[in-house]
Design a binder for this molecule. Structure first.
Ligand code: MN
Ligand code: MN
Length: 317
């Protein structure tokens, strides 16, 4: 049973910063969840810097504590979460890095352990989904929080593997269940009017920020839950779904996003879904000029994801 080390004894700013100061281990025999980092940002299209995301999230996660009173759960204890460490990328070499990510994640999915991943730019989700399929032989539903579609065909005319193309690639590769791809928080300006129908050909439901304003999180999550039901679902959280006022530390910020509180409300509903993997990507702390608020929020988003999975496991259903 894991818990933050030295809680109550050692000040939260002391000691080596594993995620929430959980034990560091790659032993999957007892864990039901692991935290891991993927410090990679060579597939970004605007401001790079997400390679510093995992270390900044770990640093700020030291403030996270053991008990979630809203989920009524001790997520670290229920899931026996450890800090697995980082996947070593090969800076500048996307194919090699994707292979390392897939190779690193496959045994985790195979063991039925839920990975909680800190990116890294959003391209990392593609090899994570490849690992999921390789381990289980099955596609997954996708719940995708983002300001951007990420369903574009290519960047720089011919480059098909970037942080803005991974949803389309994952769909084409059969990693995602048809009709079970959902997006929340979309709002960015587009390259072309045709981007909207192109996205709709892949994504079953796209909830823009206007939809969030009109409905609030509860009916949106009701609909998502009623359609995904008990299918395994992967949750991918691009931190730029938040307004830059709440999360300036990211590569492609878009005004008019969710507040941190709105996002946490969405995440607290995830216990109603069968979440098999969760990532928080695009945290670039170099632009996080306000007391590392983006990395701190990402750490808390991971805590909420862990809490939701733990709540579902600890409640008889
Ligand atoms: Mn984005
Ligand atoms: Mn994205």
């Amino acid at each position: 049973m894991t818990d933050p080390q030295g809680l109550g004894r050692s000040p939260r700013f002391a000691q080596i910063a594993s995620f929430a100061r959980l034990p560091q281990s790659q032993d999957l025999s007892a864990a039901k969840g692991v935290f891991l980092g993927i410090p990679w940002d060579d597939a970004t299209s605007f401001r790079s810097g997400a390679r510093e995301g995992p270390s900044a999230i770990r640093n700020n996660s030291r403030l996270v504590r053991s008990y979630n009173m809203f989920a009524k759960v001790y997520p670290f204890r229920v899931l026996n979460i450890v800090d697995w460490g980082d996947i070593d990328p090969v800076p500048g070499f996307l194919e090699d890095t994707f292979q390392r990510i897939e190779a690193g994640l496959t045994p985790i999915f195979k063991a039925g352990v839920v990975p909680f991943v800190a990116g890294g730019d959003h391209s990392i989700t593609l090899p994570i989904l490849r690992a999921q399929k390789a381990a289980t032989g099955k596609s997954v539903s996708l719940l995708h929080f983002d300001a951007h579609f990420d369903t574009w065909e290519a960047y720089w005319q011919t480059k098909r593997y970037t942080h803005g193309t991974w949803v389309k690639r994952a769909y084409e590769e059969g990693l995602l269940t048809k009709g079970n791809v959902f997006q929340v928080g979309i709002r960015s300006p587009l390259y072309d009017a045709q981007d909207v129908p192109n996205n709709a050909a892949i994504v079953h439901r796209t909830y823009t920020t206007e939809d969030v304003d009109a409905n609030g999180y509860a009916p949106i999550m009701d609909q998502v839950v009623s359609e995904i039901r008990d299918d395994p679902v992967y949750v991918s959280l691009d931190i730029d779904v938040l307004d830059p006022a709440f999360a300036p530390g990211t590569g492609t910020p878009e005004p008019g996003g969710l507040s941190s509180r709105e996002l946490i409300h969405f995440l607290r509903e995830l216990y109603r879904l069968s979440v098999v993997g969760f990532d928080v990507v695009e945290v670039a702390p170099q632009y996080d000029h306000m007391g590392q608020v983006t990395a701190l929020t990402a750490a808390n988003a991971l805590f909420e994801g862990m809490s939701a999975v733990a709540r579902r496991r600890s409640t008889s259903r």
